[in-house]
Design a protein around this ligand. Structure first.
Ligand SMILES: [Zn+2]
Ligand SMILES: [Zn+2]
Length: 256
């Protein structure tokens, strides 16, 4: 079984129920560290050993530097961050650079630091879950993730425009139980979606319609203001589909 607490699952902020991307898997692994991370208590944050990042856009990393600062004096081991090598470089150069935020990979000492940034070049097992990077098209270094435990697999798209390689994978994976995919815009904003390399409903509906039977579609990263229209268009285009449109705070569980 894999449980996911959607601490933040919107494409922006606005009120307590609308927080940016951050998913808690079990109680010690995060995918992304957007503003939803701020919903965790200090005790819950102290249990986070690993943060797996899809990319370095601010809505996916905003609370990572703040969390490290909040927990650093109370942990015996560093918080481990895992991301594509290019994303790790961006974090080092532009966030943990002693100007935007302290370089916690060298504090209090380089040998026993509060933070470790790990370039991810292939699959990795964290807390009994296997994380495998998946292709994404977002105009900057970015990926999705397949997460698998005990024969149950989930596919996270991350932020992406239409990515045929990602969708091909959904047809080749008998363990797949759910696709957790972004849809930032309604169809009327197709041009904006194309410019910013996100999905809109017109691109997503045929992909979700073609998902294998038994694979749940969880649609996240809806941009504030467009959520209702996105829901209307997806429901109209996908009659009978197991379609979830969660809000921040929901918990999803998937089992074999
Ligand atoms: Zn992005
Ligand atoms: Zn985003």
């Amino acid at each position: 079984m894999i449980s996911i607490r959607l601490l933040g699952c919107h494409g922006g902020i606005g009120g307590a129920a609308r927080q940016s991307t951050c998913y808690l898997l079990g109680d010690s692994v995060l995918i992304d560290a957007g503003t939803g991370l701020g919903n965790l208590s200090i005790d819950e944050m102290l249990r986070i050993d690993h943060v797996v990042l899809t990319h370095a856009h601010l809505d996916h990393i905003a609370c990572l530097p703040l969390m490290i600062d909040s927990v650093c004096g109370h942990r015996q081991t560093p918080v481990q961050v895992w991301a594509l090598p290019e994303v790790i470089s961006i974090l080092s150069d532009h966030v943990f650079n002693e100007q935007i935020w302290p370089d916690f990979t060298r504090i209090p000492t380089p040998e026993q630091a509060f933070l470790k940034l790990n370039p991810l070049t292939g699959p990795i097992t964290l807390s009994s879950m296997r994380f495998t990077p998946l292709p994404a098209r977002h105009g900057i270094p970015a990926c999705g993730f397949r997460v698998e435990r005990d024969g149950v697999a989930l596919a996270f798209s991350g932020d992406t425009a239409d990515c045929p390689e990602f969708w091909q994978m959904t047809h080749d994976d008998p363990a797949l139980k759910a696709v957790i995919v972004e849809c930032s815009y309604p169809a009327s904003m197709k041009e904006m979606a194309s410019l910013s390399m996100h999905l809109d409903t017109s691109a997503l509906v045929p992909r979700l319609a073609a998902l294998p039977t038994g694979v749940t579609a969880v649609v996240i990263h809806r941009k504030p203001g467009g959520e209702e229209q996105i829901a209307i268009e997806l429901k109209a285009g996908l009659p009978g589909k197991d379609l979830r449109l969660p809000v921040s705070g929901e918990v999803l569980r998937f089992s074999a």
